[in-house]
Write a protein that binds this ligand. Structure first.
Ligand SMILES: Cc1cc2nc3c(=O)[nH]c(=O)nc-3n(C[C@H](O)[C@H](O)[C@H](O)COP(=O)(O)OP(=O)(O)OC[C@H]3O[C@@H](n4cnc5c(N)ncnc54)[C@H](O)[C@@H]3O)c2cc1C
Length: 402
């Protein structure tokens, strides 16, 4: 191979792209990562569930992250819809499924910074900090054109270029997009009381209001509400917003203070008809976008990367190159059901909150009640939430996997 020719080229240096670059370089593939390594602090945090933590352990990155993250040992759900069928609060403990924590919450920008640090340390990983502007397939090789007009070749291109993925559009992979009549208010908060490693989700008529622990007496907020209310909250100064948050949280964590950037995120979703085609695989938000409910987005993104890595390694062992039809078919099979199920679950929960119709309330209330009372169901739901039972990728099953 010449110096501009690689086994794998990854486009996009967000968390999904960086983790893919590290995973492939670690397996000995000659790998190039195309994208700027600058991360913007936007106050977004990600709750990394147990499978994602194992994946980051396997990549050797977890020790640099753990001090910056807070464990989620308890998850509480409180129905604040005012519905006639209001179930009692439900709390899940990670001890019930023999885990120290369901997952860990960390600022997305910190995660990206630490992954970038790890990526820089790999010899077999070339980093080109620029944009990819075109993609084509030529004689069984993928060719990427970069912003400076230069070209690189690879057996497989991994599109980790986010929700507006240029590569997905160039490849003609259809994406279905939709929006919800909701906006998420996000903020990082300091508070008077200890969170005791518990996240709390209040289900309101406009969507979930969720507090997730960060190290110390700090938490992140995702408050899904109507666009009108979000606009009003967005105009408040920090002190007035903190007071509104404290009220909405029923003073569960005492007095609040805004302690980092705040944001407004319109709620939308995206799903694709297929996860790739010969020589191209989509991962992360290039392949699926969720509203920020139930901590699914990046956890699913890491499962894409770990599954693609398995498909490439297995294909390679069977004599197929990284971008072959066989490899991409295995990747498609491994992602289809998982992504579909999570998309439907997040969408369904969100819509039952929004309808305000009695049958929907009854269904949600009965579901929560069953979860609070039926032990085996609780444990099954908790396990499935942390990592799907079927077909978990190898790097998520055991940190010491090859
Ligand atoms: C408020 C909020 C809360 C969330 N909470 C959670 C949570 O608790 N748990 C969870 O799992 N997920 C959560 N998510 C989702 C999670 O943040 C995303 O899934 C994740 O950050 C997406 O990562 P990504 O790498 O796929 O995409 P991105 O982070 O968008 O990265 C894409 C990268 O590609 C680059 N790029 C784009 N085009 C090109 C190009 N042509 N050439 C080179 N580079 C390019 C971009 O600059 C960017 O760096 C949340 C999201 C929001 C909005």
């Amino acid at each position: 191979m010449n110096e501009k020719s690689y086994n794998i080229a990854i486009v996009g240096a967000g968390a999904a792209g960086l983790s893919a670059a590290i995973a492939f370089a670690r397996d000995g593939f000659s790998t190039v990562l195309v994208g700027s390594l600058d991360s913007r602090r936007d106050g977004r945090t990600v709750a990394l569930l147990n499978g994602s933590v194992r994946f980051l352990e396997a990549l050797g990155v977890w020790p640099s992250l753990v001090m910056e993250a807070a464990p989620l040992e308890t998850m509480r759900i409180i129905d604040d819809t005012g519905s006639l069928f209001r179930p009692p609060p439900v709390a899940f403990s990670s001890r019930e499924i023999d885990l120290d924590a369901f997952g860990w919450n960390i600022e997305n920008a910190t995660l990206v910074e630490k992954l970038a640090e790890a990526a820089r340390s790999y010899e077999r990983l070339t980093i080109l900090p620029q944009q990819a502007s075109d993609f084509r397939v030529k004689a069984d090789r993928a060719v990427l054109t970069l912003a400076d007009g230069s070209e690189i070749e690879a057996d497989l291109v991994v599109a980790a270029d986010g929700r507006n993925s240029r590569l997905r559009q160039i490849a003609g992979i259809e994406a279905q997009t939709w929006s919800y009549p909701q906006t998420a208010v996000t903020a990082i908060l300091a508070h008077d009381r200890e969170h005791r490693e518990a996240s709390t989700e209040f289900h309101t008529r406009h969507g979930p209001f969720t507090l997730v622990p960060l190290p110390g007496k700090r938490s992140s907020l995702v408050w899904v509400t109507s666009p009108k209310q979000a606009k009003r909250l967005g105009k408040l100064d920090d002190a007035a917003l903190a007071l509104e948050i404290e009220r909405q949280a029923q003073s569960l964590l005492g007095a609040m203070r805004i302690d980092g950037p705040r944001g407004l995120v319109p709620m939308s979703g995206l799903s694709v008809t297929r996860f790739g085609e010969p020589r191209l695989a989509l991962v992360g938000e290039a392949a699926h976008v969720f509203p920020p409910i139930g901590a699914q987005g990046l956890n699913l993104g890491f499962r894409d990367v770990a599954s693609l890595r398995d498909a490439v390694v297995d294909g390679f062992d069977d004599g197929h190159e990284a971008g072959s039809d066989e490899t991409l078919r295995q990747y498609q099979r491994s992602r289809d059901l998982d992504v579909r199920l999570r998309t439907a679950a997040v969408d369904g929960l969100n819509r039952t909150l929004l309808t305000g119709l009695l049958p929907a309330d009854l269904l949600r209330g009965a579901g929560l009640l069953a979860l609070s009372k039926v032990g085996f169901l609780r444990r099954a739901v908790m396990r499935e939430g942390v990592l799907p039972h079927m077909g978990a990728p190898r790097l998520m099953q055991d940190a010491r996997a090859a």
